[in-house]
Ligand binder design. Structure first.
Ligand code: AKG
Length: 383
């Protein structure tokens, strides 16, 4: 997929309202007091202040988690991935005629959109969880027909992403919020090139459990979202603070009451390169078409409480429907073992994260493991 830097496009008739909305959202975000460096209590758990701000808002931005060198490695792998994507939708080769990176994957990997389009809103895809179509601004005339906006299972394509997945600070945060026996969910790369990036219509992620008497604000877990280039109000994911506490909400009604897709209390996750946000999957969230001249690329990976997936029948969005048993969870969690080892090889002086369910079992990251993880995301734990 070739992506040219594009001149500024705008929201047409909605542009003035949109620019006002972006500025106001940024101000609201600044007032939430839910961002800062990642900090821990004396016992190694995520700091209580962060935990309470996360549960209050439904998201938190950890500032400066990734050192510039690590961000550079991640960016370099991302650039490689971009170069090796199919030259266009349906092509088996990249723009230089080499086999495309994802050409022989069986698991779902890449998803295409019209430039500045909204491929999901108002459709019944993904269990119809994106009920309202977002505005689709007009791209420049020389824009490609389609661009890749999401890649799933990305850990199989990048050692730098895998090492990020094994980051002990982030995994300690996950263990605090989801319990020491937390499980993986899936991994998704969101790619929003300047002047081309698709919107992701407002939605809540979960598709199971909504009617369960045991539903609480953490039932569907959360996503970790590392930023390669940072996020501005124009490129960012937006979240409605506190909406993770409301159960299943009527997004269509929210939008019609607002009179537009510009939900009045939503805020953008403003980030610098190397910041990492966490976002509750039950929160109402979405992002607008990227008409700006900035990139936004989120290297995302999600986690669940074990009790939310064990014995549960899959939601059917990211993987085939099955009942998740201990064996399935153990197999899928091997990715954490590989990630922790891959990280240890690169940063031998760092205290590695001990994933409690592995009970001391070690996983070696090597060529054999690399071959074994192809299509690993067929075993995602989507709920
Ligand atoms: O990053 C985005 O724009 C969308 C992310 C999202 O919807 C998700 O992670 O569930």
């Amino acid at each position: 997929m070739q992506v040219k830097k594009s001149a500024t496009i705008n929201y047409g008739a909605d542009d003035v309202a949109m620019q006002r909305y972006l500025a106001a959202g940024e101000l609201r975000a600044a007032g939430l007091n839910n961002r800062g460096p990642i900090r821990f209590n004396a016992d190694g758990s995520l700091h209580d202040d962060i935990v309470s701000a996360y549960w209050r808002c439904g998201f938190y931005v950890f500032e400066g988690v990734l050192e510039p060198g690590e961000v550079a490695d991640i960016e370099s792998d991302f650039t490689h991935i971009l170069e090796r994507l199919p030259s266009e939708k349906g092509s088996a080769v990249d723009s230089r005629g080499r086999p495309a990176l994802t050409a022989d994957n069986k698991a779902p990997t890449i998803f295409w959109s019209k430039p500045l389009g909204d491929p999901l809103g108002g459709t019944d895809m993904a269990n119809g969880r994106h009920p309202v179509k977002m505005t689709e601004p007009t791209p420049k005339a020389d824009a490609p027909e389609e661009v890749v906006f999401v890649m799933l299972g990305h850990l199989q394509f990048s050692d730098a992403f895998l090492r990020l997945y094994g980051n002990p600070l982030l995994l300690r945060a996950v263990a605090t919020l989801n319990g020491e026996d937390f499980t993986p969910f899936n991994e998704a790369l969101f790619i929003k090139p300047p002047g081309l990036g698709a919107s992701v219509a407002w939605h809540q992620d979960g598709v199971t459990h909504w009617d369960s008497p045991e539903l609480d604000e953490g039932t569907h877990g959360f996503n970790v979202m590392a930023q390669i280039y940072g996020c501005t109000a124009a490129t960012a994911l937006w979240v409605v603070p506190g909406s993770h506490k409301l159960g299943k909400v009527d997004i269509g009604k929210m939008v019609s009451e607002a009179g537009s897709e510009r939900l009045p209390t939503a805020v953008p996750l403003i980030c610098a390169p190397g910041d990492v946000a966490i976002t509750n999957r039950q929160a109402v969230h979405g992002s607008f078409a990227n008409t700006s001249s900035d990139w936004r690329v989120t290297v995302g990976f999600g986690f669940h409480r074990r009790s939310s997936v064990l014995g549960v029948s899959a939601g059917g969005i990211h993987n085939a429907v099955a009942v998740y048993d201990e064996e399935r969870i153990h197999t899928r969690s091997k990715m954490l073992g590989y990630a922790i080892d891959a990280r240890q090889q690169k940063f031998p002086d760092e205290k590695r994260f001990e994933y409690w369910p592995h009970n001391g079992e070690r996983f070696a990251w090597n060529d054999e493991a690399r071959a074994a993880i192809k299509d690993y995301n067929l075993l995602d734990l989507s709920i």
